[in-house]
Structure formats: C-alpha cells, structure tokens
Design a protein around this ligand. Structure first.
Ligand code: NAI
Length: 495
C-alpha cells in the first residue's frame, strides 16, 4: 500500500479551498493540490485576493502555499491541471457543487449530480494506481454506490478504487475554526475489508490534528444521510424560532427573551435560536429539498411534508419582513431611499447564495424604493448579478461606506448581523454553554510560525480577499448608533 503522500481536492470553492488549506497546514509532509475547472477561481487562489472570504483563511493559505524560507517548503498548490493532480494523488476529495436541479425529473428538489459524475468519470479515466475517492460534496443516500460503480466500470486495468463518504460540516464564516476543531469528522465506508482499510487511512490523515475520539466511522449510507439530517435539523430550529417570532409580535412577547429562556434548557441549548429574516446560504434549502425529494421517492409523503414546511416557514418569514417594512412606512415605499446594511447571507462571509437580502431587496424595488446597499465583503458586481439587474440601474446604489448608504435614508434595514452594525452587547450565555475553548490555541499553533510576535486573534488578521470595497471592518468600525438617518422619519427597521 502506498503511503498517503499526495492529496487532491477537486473543486476549489467554499469547501475545497479552506479544507485543502487546513489539511496542508496540519499535515506539512503531504502535498495538497486543489484543482478546479474555473481558471479565474484558481488564479484568485494563487493571488493575494482569495476568491473566498473567511477569517484567518488567507493566513493559512499563505503559509502552506508560499512556504516559509528556511523553515517550510510549500505543500499547497492550486491548479487547473485536473488530470495531472488526479494521477499524482493517493487520496482524492471530491468537493464539487451539487445544487438543486432546475429542470427535468425532481426539478426544484433533487440534487444535480452532474458535476459530481463528471469529476468521478475523470478520476476513473486518469488514475493509474489504486486511489481512495472521497465524497465530500453533500449528496443523497446511495451516491457513493453510484460513484463506486462508475469508477469500477471505467477503471484502467488493475486500478482499484475505494469510495468513502466524508461529509463536510463547516459553516461559512467560521470555516477555519470548524475545520481546525471539528465537533466530529464522519467517515462512511462500505462494510468490506478494503472499505474499512480505506476509512482508517483517511482517519490517519485527520489524526494529524483531530483527536481520535472525534473521528467517527460508520456505514456509508449513514454518513451520507447524517449530513442532510444535520442541516435539516439546524434549519428546522431557525424556522421554529422564526415561527415563534410571529407569535411574539402578535402578543407583545419578546422573541429574544423567549429564545434566551428556551436556550437555557440544556436539552435545547442556545445555539441557532436567534430569530432573523430567515436562513440563506447554498446548503440549508438545497439539502432540505433534497431530503423532501428522497422522502417522496420512498413514498413517505408525511415525512416529505414535514421537512418541506421548514422551507415554507422560511419563505413566509422573508415575506413577512418585507411586509412589515411597507406597513411601518405608511404603506408606500415609492421613491423612498432604503439603506440596506449587509447583503451576504450571514456575517463573516462574502457569500450571497440564497441570501434573504436578495428577495428582500427585490421586493423593495417592486415597491418602487431606491435602495442603497453596503456590505463589507460582497463585491459590487455580485450584488447586481444576484438582483439580475444591469450595473447602471439607478434604483440601486452600492456604497463602500455604511454612512453613505444611510445618508438621507428613510429607513435602515439590517439584513446581515455583521458585528460592525451592532453596538449592543449580546446577552451572554453561561460559560458552560459557551464556545469550545480550544480553537484559539489551535489557531495560534497553526499560525505561530509566521506571525513574528503578532497575535493572530487579537490582531484580527483579515487580509487576502478583495471585496472591491476600501472599507474593512476592525478597530475603526463606525458606530452606526450615530449614523445620520433623516431625523424627520420615524421609520427605522432593524432585523
Ligand atoms: P462551490 O460552488 O463554491 O465550489 C465548487 C467548485 O467545484 C466550483 O468552483 C466548480 O468550478 C468546481 N467544479 C465543479 N465541477 C468540477 C469538476 N468536474 N472538476 C473540477 N472542478 C469542478 O461549492 P461549495 O460551497 O464549495 O460546495 C461544494 C459541496 O460541498 C456542495 O455539495 C455543498 O453542498 C457542500 N457543502 C458546502 C458547504 C458550504 O458552506 N458552502 C458546507 C458543507 C458542505
């Protein structure tokens, strides 16, 4: 058996890039190559302006990609040479996109596995020695079996493949913390000797930095379903608290107090219990619709309806939010300027996929409002793309400063919970319920080589991502409590 000397990550997106950076960082004797068919993305990964914003990501990439003279050779590479990287690899992570199908059977619900199949066929075509292939993308149950069959049918003579499922649980905005200190690493394998051997070899890679008791092996279908189930449960909590928020608004109860009280119950816990304008991101809706589709395919209509209602409540919450803005502003937004603070689907990311901001801003435009948008990490062109508008559309102003966005606004709408938009202390939860204590130590250990005396946490490293904005959050964050909002209007909407 070959030792694992070379790892390839197919797909250099929000999962592949940060995962590759962490593996390369924590396993310095392993060569890690992240490949993508999108050459713009690869060029960005090879520059100082990464295509993905995540706190601390740039620092980890720079150490492993550029090396440290006299101390450490580069072991992280970004490339479009997919075939070459496949040939070299002992272990291949497939982390390509698996969006919801937009046409054909299961449109709007089932996952489009076209990219995954293309990557799998390419592996079969190129690999010239035994290779472990890891399903990292989120997929429906049974996909690993399909991959195994495709690989077997198309393998070069004498080449054996073993497919594992290793779903990714990182959350955007905290990806580096999640990857360095995961709650668990899940490895699903076929229940054969070769399957278990492959699972152990992957576990050895993670054991470079993850405690062994957090690396869990199980059957491959359980691993695949666990990922969909986790996202469904997380989204279900958000829809539950959002549904409760509408009862609060109708009764005079305060959702923050209700959420705080519920969260103190150790069976419930405080996380993912903040009411909001609704969840966004590329995963929650997609994965729940996938679960709905699977349930329908298995002839379990009640189960399908249950999960679908989580998405329906989310849509209801977004619509309710816009309705409230209109109601608060005397039933008309015509020619009123609305400042929108935050466009990403959550804080600490530049990702706008399925962001609630997109549908809220579209609804504001339908009401003939003029919308001024500020987000510290979302690129200007991305905002126009998401809104399906040309960049010269006069109804939208994209501002590089939050004060400009708020200048003369009739209302300010906060759609992303960036810290810079808040000057309020959050209610603290008891320490026993707080965050895991080991992330900062792990990050310091990872970065200490290059920090030359600086502290990666308190110095707030934040570089290496081009949002197209000159403003960057940090010590000089403006206090929006003093933002100039037209004083004559009482309309001030806060998420
Ligand atoms: P992404 O869209 O940011 O990145 C996927 C990349 O794969 C793209 O850059 C695309 O060009 C590339 N690609 C597609 N087919 C390829 C091929 N045949 N060869 C080489 N490159 C190819 O997607 P993201 O967000 O990284 O998600 C990837 C998978 O991970 C999805 O299945 C998603 O559900 C899952 N996931 C995503 C998380 C997230 O927070 N974004 C978290 C956990 C799982």
């Amino acid at each position: 058996q070959r030792a694992i000397k070379s790892i390839c990550c197919i797909g250099g997106g929000y999962v592949g890039g940060p995962s590759g950076a962490v593996i390369a960082n924590r396993a310095p004797s392993t060569k890690v190559t992240v490949v993508d068919v999108n050459s713009d993305r690869i060029d960005a990964w090879n520059s100082t302006k990464l295509p993905v914003y995540e706190p601390y990501l740039y620092d980890l990439v720079a150490i492993a990609r550029d090396g440290i003279p006299g101390q450490r050779e580069p072991n992280l590479f970004f490339s479009t040479q997919v075939d070459e990287a496949i040939r070299e690899a002992d272990l291949i992570f497939v982390g390509v996109n698996t969006p919801t199908k937009t046409s054909g059977l299961g449109a709007g619900k089932a996952s489009d596995l076209g990219w995954l199949e293309m990557a799998t066929r390419r592996i079969a075509r190129c690999a010239d020695h035994d290779t472990i292939v890891i399903e990292k993308s989120t997929v429906p149950c049974g996909t690993a079996q399909d991959m195994q069959e495709i690989l077997k049918a198309n393998a070069k003579p004498g080449v054996q493949f073993e497919v594992l499922s290793n779903p990714e649980f990182l959350a955007e905005g905290t990806a580096i913390s999640n990857l360095l200190c995961p709650d668990r690493v899940l490895i699903g394998c076929f229940e054969t000797e070769s399957g278990r051997t492959a699972a152990n070899r992957l576990a050895d890679v993670y054991a470079n930095w993850v405690p062994k008791d957090r690396i869990i092996t199980m059957n491959i279908w359980s691993a695949e379903l666990s990922k969909l189930a986790s996202n469904a449960l997380l989204a279900q909590r958000i829809s539950s608290i959002n549904a409760l928020s509408s009862i609060c608004e109708a009764t005079g109860a305060n959702i923050e107090e209700v959420s705080y009280a519920c969260g103190l119950d150790t069976r419930i816990g405080p996380k993912m219990l903040s009411a909001s304008v609704g969840f966004g991101g590329s995963c929650f809706k997609k994965d729940i619709m996938n679960l709905t589709h699977i349930s329908e395919s298995l002839n379990l209509p009640e189960v399908a309806a249950y999960w679908k209602s989580v998405v329906e409540v989310n849509e209801y919450q977004k619509n309710r939010f816009t309705q409230q803005i209109v109601d608060t502003m005397h039933s008309t937004l015509s020619r009123k300027k609305i400042a929108v603070l935050g466009f990403a689907y959550k804080k600490n990311t530049g990702d706008t996929r399925e962001s609630a901001a997109i549908s809220v801003v579209r609804s504001l435009l339908d009401e003939n409002a003029i919308v001024a948008i500020y987000d510290p990490k979302v690129r200007r062109n991305q905002i126009f793309d998401d809104l399906k508008l040309s960049t010269d559309d006069q109804r939208i102003q994209v501002c590089s400063d939050p004060y400009d966005a708020c200048e003369d606004a009739h209302a300010v709408v906060i759609l992303t919970e960036w810290d810079m938009f808040s000057n309020q202390e959050k209610r603290t939860t008891p320490a026993r319920l707080g965050k895991k204590p080991d992330f900062e130590a792990a990050l310091r250990a990872s970065l200490s080589d290059t920090m030359r005396g600086k502290d990666p946490i308190s110095d707030g490293l934040d570089s290496g991502y081009d949002s197209g904005h000159s403003y960057s959050p940090g010590a000089s964050s403006p206090d929006l409590g003093s933002a100039h909002v037209r004083p004559s209007t009482p309309d001030f909407v806060v998420q």
